[in-house]
Design a binder for this molecule. Structure first.
Ligand SMILES: Cc1cc2nc3c(=O)[nH]c(=O)nc-3n(C[C@H](O)[C@H](O)[C@H](O)COP(=O)(O)O)c2cc1C
Length: 191
């Protein structure tokens, strides 16, 4: 089973939501291109303000130059992601195409696209792990990110390790730790 540590929930939710998670241990196994395309297709169908779809993704496959550059941007705390077979980085247009004015939902909408990607990954029996821990400066230089575009999150993609006993102790601990969230009631703004 892909996720033997699903999200405990007090109200019913779709199994894709409960089984989505962010592993740190990835198998040394290529992800089929069809699956990558399905992830991108899922992101494509996310809603966005004025249907601007401000997101694009830089895609690196383990061993290629793009992967090398992306992995070089990772902070030491995220070096576990260097063993993922695929790394992506979202690049976000901050302005609307139709009037060149600021799209204040550029990050919000790209987050939604990447969340769609995460759910499709669960559906494809793979997983994604988003990361803020990378050098924006390096990524901007490596990939010539122009003014008025920003980077979003780095995303590790792959087949999660099934037998966690095969992982180094620190990664094993992270992938086996209980899924936690704030209490349900805390999500409701009191008026
Ligand atoms: C925008 C964003 C940035 C994140 N940055 C990191 C990161 O740099 N390193 C990391 O290990 N996890 C990172 N995470 C993963 C979160 O820590 C993780 O989603 C959270 O602990 C909940 O776990 P779950 O996704 O398995 O439910 C990030 C997640 C998001 C959405």
């Amino acid at each position: 089973m892909l996720n033997n540590n699903p999200a405990p929930h007090i109200h019913p939710i779709h199994e894709l939501l409960a089984n989505r998670w962010s592993p740190v241990g990835f198998q040394n196994k290529k992800v089929e291109m069809e699956k990558i395309n399905s992830l991108l297709e899922a992101a494509r169908w996310a809603p966005s303000s004025y249907n601007e779809q401000p997101w694009q993704y830089i895609i690196g496959f383990h061993g290629d130059d793009t992967f090398h550059k992306l992995s070089d941007c990772l902070t030491p705390g995220n070096s576990w992601a260097k063993s993922a077979p695929v790394l992506m980085l979202s690049v976000i247009k901050t302005f609307f195409g139709y009037n060149n004015k600021l799209n204040r939902h550029h990050l919000h909408d790209t987050g939604a696209a990447s969340a769609y990607m995460a759910l499709e990954a669960t559906n494809q029996n793979i997983a994604i792990h988003q990361m803020e821990g990378f050098s924006i400066e390096k990524a901007t230089q490596y990939f010539n990110i122009p003014e008025n575009y920003v980077t979003g999150s780095m995303i590790a993609i792959g087949y999660p390790v099934e037998d966690k006993n095969n992982l180094p102790e620190d990664l094993k601990k992270r992938d086996q730790s209980p899924r936690t969230r704030k209490p349900f009631e805390e999500m409701i703004w009191k008026v």
